[in-house]
Ligand binder design. Structure first.
Ligand SMILES: C[S@@+](CC[C@H](N)C(=O)[O-])C[C@H]1O[C@@H](n2cnc3c(N)ncnc32)[C@H](O)[C@@H]1O
Length: 221
């Protein structure tokens, strides 16, 4: 399926994309980097500081921003991360080159992001000695068969646009991929989503949301 993508500058200055196909932005217009850091790091990964070998599963690789922030985090604390990301509609290298997250994270991170985008699908690639990336060009509705995942970054387009991705079956599937005590975070705080997570067997907490959003969800296995 061909999507038409527009580059957009968000309020913290960092870029996001708008998808014509889904009529959705990849991040909050209040700030792409700010949102990712809040939802997936402050309320997610930073709760796992005690674990040196992390296994992260992402739903929706998109721009690669979450993977890039996980790479940066991993480098700063000298740990080891295996990052697995599902993406049904990968963006082109030409679009990835325009994202320029290096302006905020440091020049070298532009090169790192490109190495992530050029990495082949379905093959584990060492982005550095301590950070592996496995991208899977698969529809998550067809199942995910990962094991022993510590953290899930659930970053699908909104339930209004893709309700089928926020369903009990998808959360049950993710639950089965996770370690006991593992956590899943998402920017969404909708009651239906919270109930679907509960039905899938998670304990669910509401947390303060990123700028522009009152709340978000954290699900714990
Ligand atoms: C909100 S965007 C992802 C944002 C991304 N994490 C980032 O930092 O740019 C949602 C992503 O999910 C992908 N997607 C949509 N439907 C999907 C599906 N059924 N299976 C896997 N990925 C899907 C979209 O192509 C898009 O890249």
């Amino acid at each position: 399926m061909q999507d038409s993508l527009t580059l957009i500058r968000t309020s913290d200055g960092s870029h996001t994309l708008k998808s014509e196909l889904f009529q959705q932005h990849y991040h909050s217009l209040h700030g792409a980097i700010q949102e990712s850091e809040h939802v997936f790091f402050k309320e997610g990964l930073l709760r796992y500081q005690h674990i040196r070998n992390l296994r992260i599963l992402e739903v929706g690789f998109g721009t690669g921003l979450n993977a890039l922030l996980a790479f940066k985090y991993n480098k700063e604390r000298n740990s080891k991360t295996d990052y697995i990301s599902y993406e049904a509609f990968p963006i082109s290298i030409e679009i990835a080159e325009k994202l320029e997250y290096g302006k905020w994270l440091g020049k070298d991170y532009d090169k790192t992001l490109l190495s992530m985008h050029t990495a082949p699908m379905g093959v584990t690639q060492m982005i550095s000695e301590e950070f592996s990336l496995l991208k899977k060009q698969e529809d998550i509705l067809e199942g995910m068969d990962e094991e022993e995942v510590d953290i899930v970054f659930f970053d699908a387009f909104s339930p209004g646009s893709q309700p089928e991705l926020w369903a009990v079956e998808v959360f049950s599937n993710l639950h089965a991929c996770m370690k006991q005590g593992g956590i899943l975070t998402t920017y969404c705080s909708k009651g239906d989503v919270r109930r679907a997570m509960l039905m899938a067997g998670f304990k669910v907490e509401k947390c303060p949301g990123p700028p522009g959003k009152r709340e978000m969800l954290r699900a714990i296995k």
